[in-house]
Design a protein around this ligand. Structure first.
Ligand code: ADP
Ligand code: MG
Length: 413
């Protein structure tokens, strides 16, 4: 008998109160306000964002809360309930790429990116608390950036991000697209993590009750209704708690391989190969003759087939045929495991165990090498599938996984 561990999402008032209390306990005053932003799961379209491809994330009900007060100098004081090391202090005048270490780089990086874009952003005090699991492939980093971005937008009166309607729709998507780009700069240049743009777009531009079809070539989005409960289904998230040390290097290698393949094929991005009317066969054959052709062929085959699977997934949702996405999830996982080689034992065990317990489809989500898997399950089976996964992990001596149910929540606000 294996107990299952659940990562519950805080309700908004409770999360806001936690950040407010941490702010008060740390700085001895009340903040100007509390803002928050969600983590995400990507339904399909993995390792496509940096190939100008398509992705389909949903915002989680799990959010990062930022209590913020503006200051009249250029000092940033920051504290996080998830970082026990205490209060960090950074002067914005000294905040340049490479100068800020650790988690503070994500926060200060947002202020830096806003200033680089010409916005009048000064110092601030900030207290962070979050129920988005860290490093679980659920994008705690983008949730942190986006929560700080909408907070700074508000306290400095920049008018960039607009508000969110009661039904969870952002009022100014164009403004949010620009804010998302600045968050990407913060993560790439200040935190030194070469991520694509999917995570920040999901946190800032998603809509409650919808998946976000994101076209990473032009930044365009479409909100695709995503209401699994109406179909008696649920999306189970399995946080494997596995973290492999070589993740950043592997990620950079995959990006480099895609850029190399695009260069050899004479295209701006692999999106062009995916969209080619004559199919991808000729491109793959051309790559196969190169010295390391076998690897490149498999990398390109993943990217192009994954973009096609995003389209098929959205077609199934639009047609109301939700169970049809199950085989697409399975195919995505196989492609990530065999062609792109970014899965790991824990992710494969999670996927296989959910399918053996009756899931309609399952795949790793996020960058891979640990992090989380998602499974489409009948709503009535959620607990049984989680129990089966926990048992499979225990039987193999793997770390105890944590579970969550993903319901598409509202964006940063
Ligand atoms: P993921 O985004 O998948 O959770 P990342 O490695 O991209 O994983 O980002 C995790 C990093 O983001 C953490 O190591 C930390 O530096 C920062 N971070 C995320 N959430 C918080 C938080 N609540 N408090 C402080 N730092 C955070
Ligand atoms: Mg991240």
């Amino acid at each position: 008998d294996t107990a299952t561990v659940w990562t519950a999402a805080w309700d908004r008032p409770a999360g806001e109160e936690r950040a407010r209390e941490l702010f008060d306990a740390t700085f001895g005053t009340a903040p100007d306000g509390v803002w928050s932003a969600p983590g995400r799961v990507n339904l399909i379209g993995e390792h496509t964002d940096y190939n100008a491809g398509l992705a389909l994330p949903v915002a989680l009900p799990h959010r990062t809360y930022a209590a913020v007060a503006r200051r009249d100098d250029d000092l940033v004081r920051l504290v996080s309930a998830q970082e026990p090391s205490g209060v960090r202090e950074v002067r914005l005048a000294h905040a340049v790429p490479g100068a800020v270490r650790g988690w503070a780089a994500y926060v200060v990086g947002v202020a830096w990116a806003l200033r680089e874009a010409g916005h009048d952003v000064g110092g601030f005090d900030v207290a962070i608390d979050s129920c988005v699991p860290f490093g679980a492939g659920l994008s705690s980093s983008a949730a942190l950036e986006a929560s700080v971005a909408v907070a700074l937008d508000a306290v400095h009166g920049l008018g960039l991000a607009g508000g969110v309607d009661a039904d969870g729709a952002a009022r100014d998507d164009a403004g949010r697209a620009r804010v998302a780009e600045l968050c990407v700069r913060a993560e790439n240049e200040m935190a030194g993590a070469p991520t694509g743009g999917m995570d920040q777009a999901a946190s800032l531009r998603a809509r409650a009750g919808h998946a976000l079809l994101l076209d990473c070539r032009d930044g365009g989005v479409r909100h695709v209704p995503f209401d699994l409960a109406a179909h008696g289904l649920a999306l189970l998230v399995v946080d494997t708690r596995a973290e492999h040390s070589h993740v950043d290097g592997e990620y950079a290698q995959r990006r480099a391989a895609c850029e190399d393949a695009a260069r050899r094929l004479g295209v701006a991005s692999l999106r062009e190969v995916a969209d080619a009317a004559e199919g991808t066969g000729a491109a793959l054959a051309a790559l196969a003759t190169a010295a390391d052709g076998d690897v490149l062929v498999r990398r390109v085959r993943h990217v192009t087939s994954e973009i096609a699977r995003v389209r098929a997934f959205v077609e199934a949702l639009d047609a109301g045929d939700v169970p049809a996405v199950g085989p697409l999830m399975d195919a995505s996982h196989a492609s990530l495991r065999d062609d792109y080689e970014v899965s790991c034992r824990e992710l494969d065990v999670a996927v296989d165990a959910t399918l053996a317990a009756g899931a309609l489809g399952a795949r790793m989500t996020g960058g891979g090498f640990g992090g989380s898997a998602i499974a489409l399950v009948r709503a009535a089976d959620v607990d049984a599938v989680a129990t089966a996964v926990a048992a499979a992990f225990a039987a193999r001596g793997l770390a105890t996984p944590a579970f969550a149910v993903a319901v598409a929540g509202p964006p940063a606000a």
